[in-house]
Ligand binder design. Structure first.
Ligand code: SF4
Ligand code: MG
Length: 317
């Protein structure tokens, strides 16, 4: 298909998509890796929402989680380290009609990609950003990451991480024009599904930090988290993530939290005694950058030339 988009059209008949329509290559993550649960949740949501694979794009940076586009039956872009978000913003700015999913990790997003993370959150372009936070660099075989817990022994800190980990939630909550911030654990499939579904339905940048098991390089850390449900705080509210009684029963610690209350979201995120799980913040009215910047995107070359000449004429002395 060549030429300008305005010169051609593609007729795609309505059809029912099954799970297989969203499957790409065979996932090669380690057995027991939390990434498998996220991939399954995303594919099920796409099937249940009947999203068109040809209108969906999975974008990633570098890391274990950034393999995700290879495992999706959608378009995909496996980018450079830390560059998932600017690539996704680029896709969205030229093709706002596409459904953009971003897979990035704690090293990819919170270290080398930090500047992109800050600015992409402010742009609030309509995309679903999944941060697979396994608290370690997995692909490069166990180095300390920005979210490694104090004392985690890695190849770069063989006696244990020596400084408190970054708090991605408080940082993100402090960025101008944020619109959706949630956190979830990979080992609760119903809650993972509902959280990602709510994130996808939100119009704007949905930031979902997924506490993701890496049984190869941080097994003891994740086993301790899983074995201590009291270490997680389930955020409940009628405006929050929908969940039924069976999910609620798994969390002894719960708190009613209104996700429109930014100050309360900060307080919840800053309390490191428990891992908050649920929707921390939601502002459906935050403006999306593509709505402001895509004006004239469908102009013909003649219209562009005429506009260019008119702009030059205005500068004529
Ligand atoms: Fe998953 Fe860890 Fe294996 Fe990477 S190294 S695929 S994060 S279990
Ligand atoms: Mg990581």
């Amino acid at each position: 298909m060549f030429g300008l988009k305005a010169d051609w059209s593609l007729e795609v008949f309505d059809r029912y998509f099954s799970l297989g329509d969203y499957a790409g290559g065979e996932a090669r993550w380690c057995p027991g890796c939390g990434d498998h649960a996220v991939l399954t949740a995303v594919q099920r949501i796409m099937r249940d929402e009947q999203l068109k694979p040809e209108m969906s794009v999975a974008v990633s940076g570098i890391g274990c989680s950034s393999r995700l586009p290879h495992y999706m039956g959608t378009y995909g872009f496996h980018g450079l380290h830390g560059r998932a978000l600017p690539i996704a913003c680029g896709v969205k700015s030229r093709r706002p009609d596409l459904d953009v999913w971003v897979a990035t990790g704690d090293g990819d997003c919170f270290s080398i990609g930090t500047a992109h993370w800050i600015h992409a959150m402010r742009y609030n372009m309509d995309m679903t950003v999944l941060i697979f936070d396994n608290a370690v660099y997995g692909l490069t075989k166990k180095q300390t990451s920005p979210t490694s817990p104090l004392g985690l022994k890695t190849n770069t800190h063989p006696f244990g991480a020596i400084i408190e980990p970054h708090n991605p939630l408080t940082v993100t909550l402090g960025i101008t024009n944020i619109s959706f911030i949630a956190q979830v654990v990979d080992w609760n499939p119903p809650l993972l599904y509902e959280t990602i579904k709510a994130a996808h339905r939100h119009r704007g940048t949905s930031f979902v930090r997924i506490i993701q098991r890496c049984p190869v390089y941080a097994r003891a850390y994740y086993e301790a988290l899983q074995d201590n449900p009291s270490g997680q705080l389930l955020l409940t509210h009628e405006k929050g993530i929908p969940m039924d009684k069976t999910v609620r029963r798994l969390f002894p610690e719960q708190q009613e939290h209104d996700p429109t209350d930014l100050s309360s979201a900060f307080a919840v995120a800053a309390d490191r005694s428990r891992i908050p799980v649920g929707l921390l913040y939601h502002n459906p009215d935050a403006p999306c950058y593509e709505d402001l910047s895509s004006e004239g995107i469908a102009m013909t070359p003649e219209e562009k030339l005429a506009g260019f000449n008119a702009a030059l004429d205005r500068m004529t002395i």
